[in-house]
Design a binder for this molecule. Sequence first.
Ligand code: HEC
Ligand code: HEC
Ligand code: HEC
Ligand code: HEC
Length: 336
Amino acid sequence: MNIKLVALCVIATSFFAGPDLTTGPGHDLTKVLGPSECIECHKHSGGIWESSPHHKSITEVHRSPEGQAIAKKLNIRRIGKNSLCLDCHATSKQIGEEVTTVAKGPSCESCHGAAADWMSRHGEFSGKEEGQESKEEIAARWKEAEGSGMLRPSMVLEIARNCVSCHVVPHEDLVNVGGHSAGSDFELVSWSQGNIRHNNFYSKGKHNKQASIEKRRLFHIVGIMAEMELVLEAISTAKKMGTYAKKNAQRFSLLRKKLAAVNKAIDHPQIKATMASISKLKMSLSNQPAIALAAKKVSESLNAFAILSDGSKLAGVDPLLSKTADYKGGEPGSNK
Ligand code: HEC
Ligand code: HEC
Ligand code: HEC
Ligand code: HEC
């Protein structure tokens, strides 16, 4: 083979190998059960999920010209078989080598954690009748469920980090090469309290209340910081100043403004510490080491904030919270 041909082959192989696409949110697919298992007991949650935008995501993406265009640019033949698209637009489970799609959109376990290890324990009342367990037994049951990977509604930090792991779209090549959206215009209160809200289990379907004011305060602040943490990580590891890095830099400025408003509204050591680590931060590739360090500082403050705050003393942020009219998709879907 002459040199030119070798060079051509090298280029061709690297082209067909495709861009570097790491996988999406880190769920252990071997532990996914699928939403039909949950809906057996949680039919009220299921009813809302089935009418939410999460339910049919991959079907819409697959049909849309936009989805086809992204797939073409990334040399993906079948969107419905591509694990990268499925990671965020569907729910998959794995048995042995075989991966199957169990829901055509993000579903229960995409947000509450893959359930094989906690499913039987979380709702079994320690083998007694409902209401008969001791306080210690209840605590032990939940502790075990959490320890086995369950994300409970009270775990605001884990929930926020999980939402943004999809909604920030932390994949440089998917955005720069594929032309995929660089993420949603996300905000945890308005995005969790609208059409996806399903706080209707404990009321047995009678009502679907919005989260308490204390929880919405935490959602607002923790949501901003969790997104900021991931956005800074994304910029600090970007390979070039393309759409991906630029959009994330814009997003960072917006988040910094939102956090500055929080900092003005409440006097809180962790928020102050976060502002101090980001207030003069410059968004350029030459500054990546400092951006990576800032991401770490934001994480540390965020972890401390989430442990130390229960929302009751954060009333200062109330004027900053999204109003009902801003909830994504309006009031929640049918409350079946
Ligand atoms: C056999 C019935 C049953 C099945 C199946 C079931 N659950 Fe539950 N779940 C319950 C019960 C009962 C509770 C309430 C327990 C309590 O009141 O202490 C509960 C509570 C919950 C909660 C609220 C936890 C909290 O902190 O208040 C979530 C979230 C949840 N389940 C998710 C799921 C998901 C996701 C699945 C499927 C992987 C699932 N459940 C399958 C019975 C079930
Ligand atoms: C596994 C990935 C994933 C997770 C986790 C996830 N989402 Fe989504 N979400 C998506 C995708 C993908 C879409 C776009 C659906 C579509 O239109 O195809 C979406 C759409 C939405 C929409 C509808 C937006 C609109 O324009 O109407 C809302 C609201 C939403 N998500 C809120 C949330 C919240 C809140 C969380 C966390 C509690 C969350 N999502 C977690 C992937 C995810
Ligand atoms: C890291 C998570 C993630 C991955 C991986 C991902 N997407 Fe998305 N995608 C999203 C989110 C989140 C949205 C909604 C963006 C918004 O709110 O504007 C979205 C939106 C879209 C849309 C716009 C239409 C719609 O349904 O809202 C298309 C088309 C799309 N994705 C195609 C793809 C294809 C094709 C792949 C695989 C090559 C893919 N996506 C992989 C998260 C992801
Ligand atoms: C997009 C992420 C997401 C999906 C998908 C999702 N949940 Fe949830 N779930 C949450 C969040 C966040 C909360 C807490 C919301 C709040 O406090 O306003 C919650 C709350 C709950 C609760 C407590 C309800 C109550 O009455 O207080 C149960 C039970 C539950 N989810 C079960 C399920 C089941 C079963 C499914 C699938 C049919 C499901 N969830 C799908 C994110 C999700």
